[in-house]
Design a protein around this ligand. Structure first.
Ligand SMILES: *Cc1c(COP(=O)(O)O)cnc(C)c1O
Length: 387
């Protein structure tokens, strides 16, 4: 039944059907050629500035710093949020590995938190209760009483493009003076209430990897309204090079994380089409929603009531947490050349993160066994096409 429903939605598209393919139907060739002709293909060039400005305008935010990928954006955002070696950082266990890895790059330890079914992201009520039980004030700092380590930040992730309940999470963070760094890698263009994800905390990271809703080939961005943080972000991501006309000197250990101009040229062309991509993806989600409304045993995951999501990856939730049913569906779809994927393996089950602190993760563990991602490329929708 599930397989037939998906096949009916995709019956007119060419197979194999991938999970998420980029669309290059705008001025990509034109801007890339212009970039090559200019000779500026690396980390200096007008497309980087243009991409940053246009993205900032789109998001309604003061500053965007374009970097080589979303993981680098997260890494530097966490450093700027004050995460230090030996700290703990609250991250969801249901996420892509980059969220936890960025914490590790800071020498800090991910502390895994549970998700809620209505958003697939951090559960604020459960987190609030948990933190009240484990945090203890010591000399002006909130320590995990079980490990003695400082808890330094909270990193909510908007899973598959669906916003988490940011007001509730910001409120909890406020109780303990913890900075919030949004992992908005998947949610470019998604709104929480009337604001864009990526603008709901002091710092946010976005990804423009090839499988994301907007791609620069590889790329990412640090987003902030804070002028000082933006300046620090730009400095740290350009090897901490001191501005000078000819001297090459650096005042701290920086990173070679700036987005190259050629990637930014692609990004500028993609940005012109973002509204259209979102329209098509929401229309595809609508088609899936209708199709699955009368299929038993499964729900098509819909945006939370406070959200307008980009539906980056469409998600099915099986009624029952039965891995064998999940596997059957995945097997059947992949045999039909329709790419479908299960949930990420939860972070606390990965060998390098098994020993990390964590709360009860039963909701995420249940979701992991019920979740299937199905084809979501914008061109799969006929919205806006002439029939
Ligand atoms: C894609 C992604 C990232 C990292 O982005 P890259 O550009 O691939 O480094 C981080 N977090 C989440 C949740 C992602 O999906």
């Amino acid at each position: 039944m599930i397989v037939d429903a998906i096949k009916s939605v995709l019956r007119d598209v060419e197979h194999p059907v991938s999970l998420h393919e980029p669309s290059f139907i705008g001025r990509e060739w034109q801007l890339l050629k212009d970039c090559l002709d200019s000779g500026y293909v690396s980390s200096v060039g007008e497309y980087v500035d243009r991409f940053e400005q246009q993205l900032a305008q789109y998001l309604g935010v003061e500053h965007v710093v374009a970097v080589v990928n979303g993981t680098a954006a997260l890494h530097v955002s966490l450093l700027l949020a004050g995460v230090k070696p030996g700290d703990e950082v609250i991250v969801p266990t249901l996420t892509f590995v980059a969220t936890a890895n960025a914490v590790s790059y800071c020498g800090a330890i991910p502390h895994f938190a549970d998700s809620e079914q209505s958003t697939l992201g951090l559960d604020p009520a459960k987190l609030r209760q948990y933190l009240a039980g484990i945090l203890q004030l010591d000399d002006g700092q909130w320590l995990n009483r079980n490990t003695g380590r400082r808890v330094a930040a909270i990193v909510p992730m908007h899973a598959f493009g669906h916003p988490v309940d940011m007001d509730a999470l910001n409120e909890i963070a406020g109780l303990y003076g913890l900075p919030v760094v949004e992992d908005a890698a998947e949610s470019l263009g998604s709104c929480y209430k009337d604001r864009m994800t990526g603008t709901l905390s002091s710092l946010a990271a976005i990804s423009f990897n090839g499988n994301k809703i907007l791609t620069t080939g590889g790329g990412g961005a640090i987003v902030t309204n804070d002028k000082v943080l933006a300046k620090r972000a730009k400095h740290l991501t350009t090897t901490a090079k001191m501005p000078h006309r000819w001297q090459i000197s650096h005042d701290e250990v920086g990173f070679n994380y700036r987005m190259p101009n050629i990637n930014a040229a692609l990004g500028c062309a993609q940005l012109e089409q973002l509204a259209g991509f979102i329209e098509r993806k929401r229309s595809l989600a609508e088609t899936y929603k209708k199709t699955f409304s009368d299929v038993v045993g499964v729900d098509f995951f819909q945006e939370p009531e406070f959200a307008c999501s980009n539906y980056w990856l469409n998600v099915l939730l099986l009624d029952e947490a039965k891995p064998e049913i999940c596997n059957e569906v995945l097997e059947a779809l992949n045999n039909e050349s329709i790419m479908a994927r299960p949930s990420w393996t939860l972070m606390h089950k990965l060998p390098m993160y098994q020993g990390c602190p964590r709360m009860d993760l039963s909701v995420a563990e249940n979701l992991e066994q019920r979740l299937i991602c199905i084809p979501s490329s914008p061109f799969l929708s006929q919205a806006g096409d002439h029939a």
